[in-house]
Design a protein around this ligand. Structure first.
Ligand SMILES: Cc1ncc(COP(=O)(O)O)c(C=O)c1O
Length: 368
């Protein structure tokens, strides 16, 4: 049996991290801000085409800052993808606002523009914003979704925590909405151990987010505060890791897509398997290769893969199925629930080889 364990998405260093980190140590610039934080923000701007970027301690805080700047407050309604990780939603609760969960469609597995519009047409209380997630690195139907938000005059926040590098019509996910966020958590396509980025084309909004992220300190010599703030700013040493990681983002996206291609090649003949689709005109980063089994119990596959030292996990459990949100408003049609009941994330670390993927597929095939 293979002794090495294959993880879902292990960190993958570019080789420059130690050099840049050491430069920060040598400069003694361990302060929150510094040259590498600017460089990291600039690299995100250059790569995604966003106009403004703010480095923060994680993706969750980036969403929180977006809500704060947009004035989302107690009792406001905020629409959100139900098929997501709870990090998309927690900040809505921090603000005392009410999430309203919208289901996915079969074409993208991401938020359904049809259900979104259905909700907006019929709701009695107008929501203030939508948080749409590009799940598992695959773009939602974002052009349609952005148009609906514009028509109904609601703010759009893109949770692109998992989808750095994914595009729709050659435009990066995270850059369609009023705000976008990326995560550099340990399992993401790039990682700084923990970190996040808030992006927007509106300079004033990013300036305001920066203000909130640094304890809402007014521009005075002394410490003067007129509003409550947060300690959310990313630090210069952590940003230096991000700069090194951004140098290999193109290779990482290509490799994730190649891993998906290998899985598809080895499992294509199996009728009961459906992979997460990629919408026309979009290019996902395939952060995790995900699939559903129409006949076999996926829990059995998790078990046999685990015995072969391979990590796999169920798909995210939809938010409307979470006990903590049992009383939360929702418009759902069973799509994400079915995906959750049948689906799996496969090991998709960028250090993996075609032989590793073949071994995993052989284990799956012999257990169907
Ligand atoms: C879809 C999604 N949203 C939000 C987050 C929160 O990001 P972070 O862990 O950096 O706070 C994550 C990842 O962890 C995520 O996968």
């Amino acid at each position: 049996m293979n002794k090495k364990r294959f993880f879902l998405s292990a960190p993958h260093m570019s080789g420059k991290e130690a050099k840049y980190f050491n430069e920060v140590l040598k400069s003694n610039y361990i302060a929150p801000v510094g040259e590498y934080l600017d460089k990291f923000e600039n690299s995100i701007k250059n790569y995604t085409g966003t106009k403004h970027a703010l480095g923060v301690i994680n993706g969750t805080s980036a969403i929180h800052l977006a809500l704060l700047v947009l004035g989302i407050k107690r009792d406001d309604d905020v629409l959100a993808s139900t098929f997501t990780f709870i990090g998309s939603i927690n900040a809505v609760i921090y603000q005392g606002a009410n999430p309203v969960f919208i289901d996915s469609d079969k074409e993208s597995w991401n938020l359904s523009p049809i259900l979104l519009e259905e909700y907006l047409k019929s709701c009695k209380k107008k929501p203030k914003a939508l948080i749409v997630t590009h799940l598992f690195g695959m773009s939602a139907d974002i052009v349609k979704i952005a148009k609906i938000c514009k028509n109904y005059k609601i703010y759009l926040i893109e949770d692109a925590a998992e989808s750095l590098g994914a595009t729709f019509n050659d435009k990066h996910t995270g850059t369609f909405g009023d705000f976008g966020i990326y995560s550099f958590n340990g399992n993401k396509i790039l990682t700084t151990g923990g970190g996040g980025m808030l992006v927007s084309s509106d300079e004033k909004w990013i300036q305001k987010a920066k203000f909130y992220s640094t304890q809402s300190k007014e521009d005075h010599l002394h410490y003067e505060h007129h509003e409550i703030g947060y300690n959310y700013r990313l630090s210069n040493p952590i940003a230096s890791i991000g700069v090194a990681q951004m140098e290999v983002i193109k290779q990482r996206v290509d490799k994730k897509r190649e891993i998906f291609k290998w899985y598809k090649e080895f499992l294509d003949e199996i009728e009961e398997i459906r992979f997460m689709p990629e919408l026309n005109n979009s290019r996902g980063n395939r952060w995790l290769t995900t699939l559903v089994f129409d006949k076999t119990d996926f829990k059995k596959i998790i078990k046999v893969l685990n015995n072969a030292n391979v990590e796999s996990r169920p798909l995210w459990k939809p938010m409307h199925m979470q006990p903590v949100f049992k009383d939360t408003l929702r418009l759902v049609d069973g799509t994400s629930e079915e995906l959750f009941n049948k689906g799996l994330c496969l090991a998709s670390s960028t250090i993996m080889t075609k032989d590793n993927i073949k071994m995993i597929c052989d284990v799956i095939k012999t257990n169907l």
